[in-house]
Design a protein around this ligand. Structure first.
Ligand code: PLP
Length: 378
């Protein structure tokens, strides 16, 4: 395929979009797939029953399975990371007095769920923090012990871009008999991941960031040992025999096979699923290794372009695709807004500037970022 990735998106030349960790843009092919399904909804007789209710979701399972390095039968469709995490919490039983481990300043969807489970089960929520230049991995390994029952972690910290060595952490978790639940929203599709080597109990990702998909759509991988678990909802289409629309009130006790029991209600998602399929298909065509390599070069070039301004790329374990820059003393608190006036779009998270590119960014964006930073910091 052509490597003019920018041409696959609706990104005006004068806009420098470096905010994928906030929201990835939809590729034009995904917009068109979504529009086609809206047009079909205007003429409901063109929606083919039962096929259209099943084929789109199963195609999305196939595409998502490639990103997880697993099988489509283990993939459920969810509306949000929080939904997947709630499903995980519903299926785990931490012992009274045990610890559920999260990172300091972890994204709230992956904290509130565990606070509630801890309260319900008499477990404690423990927060692993870095000390000094310590890596997140070491902070987690130091915190794991016989008391650990659940590790609820990301692969990349959303606010500082630090990455976790999930293989090492998974090994330590396994030794203690602790469950591993992953929120991959800031890494799946941009950083290699493989359920075969990490074997998480549950791993979820929202689609609207690095997967370049629509909002209110997510994908979740469920380990074999949980496939007979309890879903959050009891929706009709997740039951055995739901393809036969004439006999839906012959209520079934069994679920549809694989991870389908965990699908959200109305998972056929006519307006969302086709767009998500196109987006993830694009990533699979390019290949996650290539995406990761390309973004590593781009983040390096972005960091280099502002080094002379006293801006530091100093997160010790930063993920290759994810730049969270340390700012010089006296940097304006509204720096992101100032850059926005130059049509350069980034986020400020805590005291860092989060600069997150994707395949559509090019050399022109790096120059515009550097020029806008110079103007905003001087
Ligand atoms: C790490 C992480 N997880 C999840 C989300 C989104 O959560 P949800 O899908 O529950 O809205 C975000 C959004 O910023 C995030 O950064």
């Amino acid at each position: 395929m052509s490597n003019d990735f920018r041409a696959l998106f609706d990104l005006p030349r004068e806009v420098t979009y470096l905010n994928c960790a906030y929201m990835g843009p939809l590729p034009t092919a995904s917009v068109e797939a979504g529009m086609a399904s809206y047009r079909a909804k205007a003429r409901p007789w063109t929606v083919k029953a039962p096929d259209d209710f099943f084929s789109g979701p199963d195609t999305l399972r196939d595409e998502a399975a490639r990103l997880f390095g697993g099988s489509a039968e283990h993939v459920a469709l969810v509306p949000a990371a929080s939904y997947g995490l709630a499903t995980a919490a519903r299926n785990l039983k931490p012992a009274k007095g045990s610890e559920i481990l999260v990172l300091k300043d972890q994204f709230p969807s992956n904290v509130y769920t565990w606070r509630v489970l801890a309260q319900r089960s008499g477990a404690t929520l423990r927060t692993a923090a870095r000390s000094g230049n310590q890596s997140w991995t070491d902070a987690v390994l130091d915190a794991i012990g016989p008391q650990t029952s659940v590790l609820a972690l990301p692969q990349v910290h959303w606010a500082d871009g630090g990455s976790l060595d999930l293989e090492a952490i998974a090994g330590a978790a396994r030794q203690q008999g602790a469950a591993l639940v992953l929120d991959l929203t800031q890494s799946l599709g941009a950083k290699p991941f493989n359920v075969k080597t990490i074997d998480p109990d549950f791993a979820v990702s929202a689609c609207y960031k690095w997967l370049l998909g629509p909002y209110t759509m997510g994908v979740m991988h469920i380990a074999k040992r949980h496939l007979s678990g309890v879903p959050l909802e009891e929706n009709w289409i997740a039951r055995e025999g739901s393809q036969d629309f004439a006999r839906l009130v012959d209520y079934a006790d069994g679920y549809a096979p694989g991870a389908r029991r965990f699908d959200m209600g109305e998972r056929s998602g006519f307006q969302l699923v086709p767009a998500a399929v196109e987006s993830i298909r694009l990533l699979n065509r390019v290949g996650v290794e290539t995406v990761a390599r390309t973004l590593a070069e781009t983040t390096r070039a972005l960091a280099d372009s502002v080094r002379d301004l006293g801006v530091k790329d100093d997160v010790p374990d930063r993920a290759d695709h994810y730049l969270c820059l340390g700012l010089p003393d006296g940097a304006p608190r509204d720096l992101a807004a100032r850059l926005g006036k130059h049509n350069v779009h980034v986020s400020q998270r805590g005291d860092r500037l989060r600069v997150t590119p994707h395949l559509y960014n090019d050399a022109g964006d790096i120059t515009r970022f550097a020029d806008a930073m110079k103007a905003a910091l001087s």
